[in-house]
Design a protein around this ligand. Structure first.
Ligand SMILES: CCCCC/C=C/C(=O)SCCNC(=O)CCNC(=O)[C@H](O)C(C)(C)COP(=O)(O)OP(=O)(O)OC[C@H]1O[C@@H](n2cnc3c(N)ncnc32)[C@H](O)[C@@H]1OP(=O)(O)O
Length: 388
C-alpha cells in the first residue's frame, strides 16, 4: 500500500488511492490526552499493519493539527495530487484545537490497534486487492504488486483518469513491501494507447490549454516510470499501441504473449514519439529499426520485437499467464534490496538524460496536438472513419 508507517519516522500520508471525503473523528471520551499519551500513540502507530489510505490521511491531518495547529501552508498545485489531498485533509480540520486533535489522534490509534489485534490471524481478501481504483485492478501478493489496466471493452485505452491512477499505483508500489512490480492488461489487449477521446474534453480556456495540460500529464506519467526504483516488468498479454509500447523501453523486463503486437503509429496520428522512445528505441534496436517503428509506424510481431531487443521473451499465448507468473514468483523471492540496487546501478546514470528527453518530447507533442494533421486523425477515429 501507499503509505508505510515506518519505525523512527513521523507518520505521514505519503501516497494513497483516492481523496476520501474527510470525516472528522470526534473524541469518544471527554478525557484530554496527555503529551505522553500522544507520544505513545505515535510509537504505536509505527507498529500497526497498513490501515489504508483513508485512515492514513486522517492520521496525517490530526498529527499536523495537533503539532502545528490549523493548516498554514500554501495549497499545492492541482497536479500535485498527493500533497493536495494531504493539504485538503489538514485544511478540513479548520480551527479544531490542538488538544482535541491530539485526543482524536490517540483515540483513532487506539481503535486501530484493537482491530488490528483481532484480525492479525487472517489475511483478508481486501488486503490483497487494493480498493479505490476505477480503471485498474491492483493486487499485492507473493511480494509482487500487479497493476492491471482494466478497461477491456475499450482495449485498455488510457484515459486521463487511468494515467493518474497508474501514477498513484506506481508511487504506492515504490513504497510497499513488494519486491517487484508488474504492469499488465485485462482482456484481449495489453493497451490501445492513449484514449483518443481524451482530446475531446476541451476546457473553457481552449485547446491550447488542453494541449498544455496534456503535455504536463504526459511528462509526469513518463517521469514515474523513469524514477520507479524497483524491478518493473511488463506482461504484454496482447496487442500494444502508442504510449503503452513506447514506455516499454523504461521497463526492466518485458514478457510478451505470442499474440502481442507492438505498434507506434505516430505519423498516422499526426503525432510524434513519447515515453523516451526517441532515445530508448534507437538504443535498444538500432536507429534504422527504430525509425521504421517510430516514423513509419511499422507494426512488430512479438517474435520481431523480441529479436530487436524490445521484448525479453515470448511465451505461447495458451500458456502465457501460467509461465509468466511462475517465473515472476521465483524472481520475487530474490533479495529485494539487491534487486533494487542492481536496478539503480544499471539505470541511474541515464536518469537525468531521460528526464530531459521526456521534457523535450512532451514539448514537441504539445505543438503537434494543435496541428491539423493530428486533429484530423483523431476526428477520423472518433467518427469511425479510421482505425489503425
Ligand atoms: C495525454 C498523454 C498523451 C500521450 C500520447 C500518446 C499517444 C498514443 O498512445 S498514440 C496511440 C493512440 N491509439 C490509437 O490510435 C488506437 C485507436 N484504436 C484503434 O485503432 C482500434 O480501436 C484498435 C485497432 C485498437 C482495435 O480495433 P478493434 O479490435 O476493431 O476494436 P474496436 O475499435 O471496436 O475497439 C473497441 C472499443 O474500444 C474503443 N477504443 C479502442 N482503442 C481506443 C483508443 N485508443 N481511444 C479511444 N477508444 C478506443 C473503440 O472506440 C471501441 O469503442 P466502442 O465503439 O464504444 O465499443
Amino acid at each position: 500500500m501507499g503509505l508505510r508507517i515506518q519505525r523512527g519516522r513521523r507518520p505521514v500520508a505519503g501516497s494513497f488511492l483516492q481523496v476520501p471525503a474527510l470525516q472528522l473523528h470526534v473524541s469518544k471520551t471527554a478525557m484530554r490526552a496527555s503529551q505522553k499519551d500522544f507520544e505513545s500513540a505515535l510509537s504505536q502507530v509505527k507498529l500497526l499493519k497498513d490501515p489504508g489510505n483513508e485512515v492514513k490521511l486522517k492520521l496525517y491531518a490530526l498529527y499536523k493539527q495537533a503539532t502545528e495547529g490549523p493548516c498554514n501552508t500554501p495549497k499545492p498545485g492541482v497536479f500535485d495530487l498527493i500533497n493536495k489531498a494531504k493539504w485538503d485533509a489538514w485544511n478540513a480540520l479548520g480551527s479544531l484545537p490542538k488538544e482535541t486533535a491530539r485526543q482524536n489522534y490517540v483515540d483513532l490509534v487506539s481503535g486501530l490497534s484493537s482491530s488490528s489485534d483481532s484480525s492479525s490471524q487472517v489475511k483478508p481478501e481486501a488486503d490483497r486487492k487494493q480498493r479505490g481504483y476505477e480503471t485498474l485492478v491492483v493486487t499485492s501478493e507473493d511480494s509482487i504488486t500487479k497493476i492491471m489496466m482494466n478497461r477491456p471493452a475499450k482495449k485498455n485505452a488510457i484515459t486521463t483518469q487511468m494515467y493518474n491512477e497508474i501514477m498513484l499505483a506506481l508511487k504506492a508500489a515504490s513504497k510497499d513491501d513488494s519486491a517487484i512490480t508488474v504492469l499488465t492488461g485485462n482482456g484481449d489487449y495489453y493497451s490501445s494507447g492513449n484514449d483518443l477521446s481524451n482530446f475531446t474534453d476541451i476546457p473553457p480556456e481552449g485547446i491550447e490549454e488542453k494541449a498544455k495540460s496534456s503535455a504536463i500529464l504526459l511528462r509526469d506519467f513518463v517521469d514515474c516510470f523513469i524514477d520507479f526504483p524497483k524491478p518493473l516488468i511488463a506482461a504484454v498479454n496482447g496487442p500494444a499501441v502508442g504510449i503503452s509500447v513506447t514506455i516499454l523501453g523504461l521497463f526492466d523486463t518485458v514478457y510478451a504473449s505470442s499474440r502481442a503486437t507492438f505498434h507506434t503509429p505516430f505519423s498516422h496520428l499526426g503525432q510524434s514519439p513519447e515515453g523516451c522512445s526517441s532515445y530508448t528505441f534507437p538504443k535498444i534496436m538500432g536507429p534504422a529499426k527504430a525509425a521504421e517503428m517510430l516514423i513509419f509506424g511499422k507494426k512488430l510481431t512479438a517474435a520481431e520485437a523480441c529479436a530487436q531487443g524490445l521484448v525479453s521473451e515470448v511465451f505461447p499465448d495458451s500458456t502465457f499467464q501460467k509461465e509468466v507468473w511462475t517465473r515472476l514468483k521465483a524472481y520475487s523471492k530474490l533479495p529485494p534490496n539487491a534487486m533494487r540496487i542492481s536496478k539503480q546501478v544499471i539505470r541511474n546514470r541515464e536518469k537525468e538524460k531521460l528526464h530531459a528527453i521526456n521534457a523535450e518530447e512532451s514539448r514537441v507533442l504539445q505543438e503537434r496536438w494543435l496541428s491539423d494533421e493530428c486533429t484530423n486523425a483523431v476526428m477520423n477515429f472518433l467518427t469511425r472513419k479510421a482505425k489503425l
